[in-house]
Design a binder for this molecule. Structure first.
Ligand code: ZN
Ligand code: MN
Length: 140
């Protein structure tokens, strides 16, 4: 089965569970996200998808990204500065963030960092966000 067919089947299944439907635009947005590792903004996704679908608008791309987030198919990184970024990964993982060029890349952590923190007794921690700030290989 071709890669795009696999993506379509997966999207259709997941979207239908949440009452959404499969559209060519959603497929294109998801397909693009699954090929890049830099966590693009809605605008960057728009510029890339527009090459294949010249009539698509930024607002449509944005809506499709949000629908995919709602269905749990992608995740949204909104805790950095500036525009929200979108991530094909939905599992718990972390990021490095280059302070010069803004590039965000995945980083995995083996241990549960919560175990090493002195969390206030009256606070119930359910997770954490972690962004390692610094300079990427191009910027150092
Ligand atoms: Zn950089
Ligand atoms: Mn990521």
């Amino acid at each position: 089965m071709k890669r795009i067919e696999v993506i379509k089947r997966l999207l259709k299944e997941k979207l239908e569970l949440k009452g959404g439907n499969l559209t060519e635009q959603r497929v294109a947005v998801f397909d693009y996200l699954s090929q890049v590792e830099n966590h693009p903004t809605a605008e960057e996704v728009f510029l890339a998808v527009k090459r294949k679908m010249p009539k698509i608008s930024l607002a449509t791309v944005y809506k499709n990204l949000e629908a995919l987030v709602e269905c749990g198919l992608i995740s949204k990184l909104a805790h950095g500065d500036g525009a929200a970024r979108y991530d094909i990964r939905t599992d718990q993982h972390y990021h490095t963030h280059c302070l010069k060029c803004g590039k965000i890349l995945d980083m995995d952590i083996e241990d549960d960092l919560l175990a090493g923190l002195s969390i206030p007794e009256d606070f119930v921690a359910t997770g954490y966000r972690l962004e390692l700030l610094g300079h990427c290989s191009n910027c150092k």
